[in-house]
Design a protein around this ligand. Sequence first.
Ligand code: ADP
Ligand code: MG
Ligand code: ZN
Length: 525
Amino acid sequence: MSAPIALSYQAFEDWAVIWLPIIFMALIAVVLVYMLRFMPRTKPQEIKPQSSDSISWDDVAGVEEAKDELREVVEFLRDPKRFKKLGAKVPKGILLHGPPGTGKTLLAKAVAHESNAQFFAQSASSFVEMFAGLGAARIRRLFRIARKQAPAIVFIDELDAVGATRGNDVSGEKDQTLNQLLVELDGFGGGDDLVVIAASNLLDKLDPALLRPGRFDRQIFVSPPDLKGRQQILRVHTRHKPLRDDVDLGLISRQTSGLTGADLANLCNEAAIFAGRERRDVLLTQDFQAALERVVAGMQSRRVITDHEKRLVAYHEAGHALCSELLPSVEKVHRISIIPRGRALGYTLNLPEEDRYLKTKEELLDYLVVLLGGRVTEHLVFGQITTGASDDLKKVHEISRSMVTDYGMGTELQSKQLPAADYSMADATRRRIDEEQQFITDHAHRRALKLVSGHRSLLEAFAATLLNSEVLERGDIERLVAEHEGVQPSPSRLEPLNAGGTGKPRIAAVEGTEPAGPARDPSGA
Ligand code: ADP
Ligand code: MG
Ligand code: ZN
């Protein structure tokens, strides 16, 4: 019985020896054909001028300094001869740098539109191709075509994509692309009415070769808008929206410190959507408030939080609020919410009276107390420490570090800047920095604890109201402070400090906090 099996097995073996390799190779061939079919085609993409979307100067708001610098470029492109006759050298490479959403692309479009120049926009990431050399070829072609159609603007977005410091680029593709860009920048002189504008988020990551004279030697910082700028941007984005008369763009701009132009555009759009959902034909203040909450803290989360979590969050936010109410130099709390939205379980919205660029050491120290107020309260009330304070702690770390290393606000290291990446720094100095930083945060921690535990009834009142209605508005806060502290809330920074004689007792409460070491008060007092 075993013979036939052995025989057929033998037959199979013969068959397999011949055919299996053939089948195998056929399979590989099929796979290869498929791969080639579906590989991204590097078909030369057409290069032609794009529309600047009729973006005019009036559409770009709140970035006056950048606009002023770019006006010169517009004048040149409008009438290059006028400048050339005078032998003037005009800027050819301009680098706009600043956080995303501040209006860099918008500015480039406005320059093109205002100067009637052709607008060639390319994202630098599109130069980074799978095959070495293609990116460089694309750049060459872009400049050749743009030059022919001058006056023109070549706008290179996301310059970081090719302009990041050379090195760690395995294929060498980025290097080739960058080199070609440098060649083009060097190659055109006064003859071409061509201006290259590039945009980048991070200036210090760019290859220094790009920033050399004759290349992107004019760098314009596009900063997030200040109070006035935000109001102007809001005006731009509500131009074609019907607002009821009582909508106060000034108030909204005061609530949106730190938001960029793109955030504000988004805010106005969200407000219109809220109004539309309510089937109204005008936008009301409440639409903007709802939009603001959404934009500031992300979309309303559907996650259900437990009662315990909710209590934790309520006390945490109440702790922040209590500290900022009781410390006179800190911005007033505008609204606290414990409705979970996005990543943030709760938030405290402070309402700055003005945009300020200089802060005093006292203000920074007070701010650290406010930041630590949340965590300290959790621990005081629940005897627990949670992960909820990580953003607060990160800020505390950054601010206290900068205080010592950048601002010379340490006790002993007062007259030196100590850059973090200074490798020549002695170990002893490094240790000193750590100690100074530790001292500052310890002190803030003690002050927060003293403040929160010393005003327990106010804390409980804040937390109870929060748990009850999930939000605490400015009016509630003022009422509760008056009830529990017997004084008006801390005077606004714009008023004289002793306005109405009500500021005193509360300041005294803060001054009562002494640091541990007698000679080492971080406030320098
Ligand atoms: P960036 O290029 O700096 O990332 P964008 O120019 O792409 O920012 O801005 C995105 C959108 O945000 C714009 O189309 C515009 O609607 C809005 N925006 C940004 N900055 C401003 C500004 N300064 N003025 C008016 N709108 C702005
Ligand atoms: Mg952009
Ligand atoms: Zn917090």
